[in-house]
Design a protein. Structure first.
Length: 62
């Protein structure tokens, strides 16, 4: 009985880790979208991220 309970708890922990990672990826995509939107709206103005300047923006459309 203890082993079954332990394995169920272990599986819940694994699924929880997967959902946490997916949530983090979604948050990263959201923040990245805001950065990209800012680059598009600012046009010629310069954005700085981690000490690097973004001066050009190239859109790749398939």
């Amino acid at each position: 009985m203890v082993e079954v309970y332990g394995s169920i708890r272990h599986h819940n922990r694994l699924f929880g880790d997967v959902f946490c990672r997916a949530n983090t990826i979604d948050q990263g995509n959201l923040v990245g979208g805001f950065v990209a939107l800012g680059a598009i709206l600012l046009g010629d103005n310069v954005l700085e991220t981690n000490g690097k300047r973004i001066t050009t923006l190239k859109l790749i459309i398939n």
